[in-house]
Design a protein around this ligand. Structure first.
Ligand SMILES: Cc1cc2nc3c(=O)[nH]c(=O)nc-3n(C[C@H](O)[C@H](O)[C@H](O)COP(=O)(O)OP(=O)(O)OC[C@H]3O[C@@H](n4cnc5c(N)ncnc54)[C@H](O)[C@@H]3O)c2cc1C
Length: 302
């Protein structure tokens, strides 16, 4: 089905509001990738639930936060993309140590706000350039902190737009890996922190500074491409395989941090994916370790 035909299968209200053929290069931090047939930016959670209620069951769905861990292939995404960033933006403190945050809130905003509330340790969230929804989907972590360690409850929407509240023990949580009920997406979470009166943004500044020294921050990337194998560092394995600077088209393994792949301006998703595959093969040949991508790769090739 074409994008126009897909849009025609929606109710009149949503058919008029949904965008067609939106380039996912505009919505991913790699700035690469093809168009989404349909692209929906909800006004709030009820609007999103109403959209899902009328979305035909056979249209594939992709939720996107800030696209900082996502590679959409050059042929694009055949289905509907839902953007949470800019829509699900509620953030409040609900008790002395607990906050409620919606899925589209950037992690960095949660980190800063927790400092203002005198809560911690939330500083690790400052280094994650995604939304809370993406952090829940990935169990994002940094500097020894991890998202799900703080989760008390999550709210989800299923494919029919029905809301659920779920506890952490309903999910299988691992290192950069979360498995839960099929066809449900995060709309909010209650997170628990400790009281840290007197905490200030200095710790955040120092952590970000340390990161700038070791990672190519500011360039187009998705952060670390591969998870660290048990007891090993993916970056070191890639560096030992002599791959720093390895380049296909406009995509290359970063010189500053070998687990980053940089788009120098005009890389296609296919170039980035080819670098990923080459790195996997070369590291397997040199170290007998099969690196697993942390980034989510979706969509169809051109
Ligand atoms: C420079 C840089 C540094 C980074 N450093 C770190 C780091 O230190 N630690 C770390 O863990 N990550 C890091 N990342 C990766 C990335 O920021 C995190 O994985 C982040 O959690 C992704 O959030 P997002 O909103 O961008 O998700 P997206 O990239 O938009 O989506 C990622 C996946 O989550 C799914 N998803 C998004 N929102 C939802 C939702 N509401 N419900 C269900 N599924 C959803 C998407 O469908 C997709 O499969 C870095 C990335 C960059 C670019």
């Amino acid at each position: 089905m074409t994008g126009a035909a897909l849009a025609n299968s929606l109710s009149a209200e949503f058919s008029a509001r949904v965008l067609r053929g939106v380039s996912m290069a505009r919505h991913t931090s790699w700035h690469a990738g093809g168009p989404a047939d349909l692209f929906f930016a909800p006004r709030d959670v009820s609007d999103l639930a109403a959209f899902l209620r009328q979305l035909p069951a056979d249209i594939p769905l992709l939720w996107v936060g800030l696209g900082s861990n996502l590679l959409v292939r050059d042929g694009g995404f055949r289905g509907a993309v839902v953007q949470t960033h800019g829509a699900l933006v509620g953030l409040e403190r609900i008790s002395a140590t607990r906050i409620h945050a919606e899925a589209g809130v950037p992690c960095a905003r949660i980190a800063r706000q927790c400092v203002k509330w005198g809560l911690g340790p939330a500083e690790f969230l400052a280094g994650i350039p995604g939304t809370l929804g993406g952090a829940l989907a990935m169990n994002a972590g940094a500097w020894g902190g991890e998202t799900w360690r703080h989760v008390v409850e999550v709210d989800t929407l299923d494919r029919l737009g029905t809301r659920h509240t779920r506890l952490p023990d309903e999910y299988e949580i691992g290192y950069r890996r979360v498995r839960g009920p099929e066809n449900e997406w995060f709309i909010a979470a209650r997170l628990e922190f400790e009281r840290k009166p007197g905490t200030n943004t200095q710790a955040i500044r120092e952590l970000l500074e340390r990161r700038r020294e070791t990672q190519p921050i500011g360039e187009w990337s998705c952060g670390s491409v591969f998870t660290n194998p048990p007891g090993q560092h993916a970056a070191r394995l890639i560096e030992n395989a002599g791959l720093k600077g390895f380049r296909i088209g406009d995509a290359s393994v970063a010189e500053k941090h070998a687990n980053f792949i940089i788009n120098h301006g005009n890389a296609r998703a296919a170039d980035i994916e080819a670098v990923i595959l080459h790195v996997q093969r070369a590291v397997e040949a040199s170290s007998q370790v099969v690196l697993q991508p942390e980034v989510h790769i979706v969509g169809v090739p051109e």
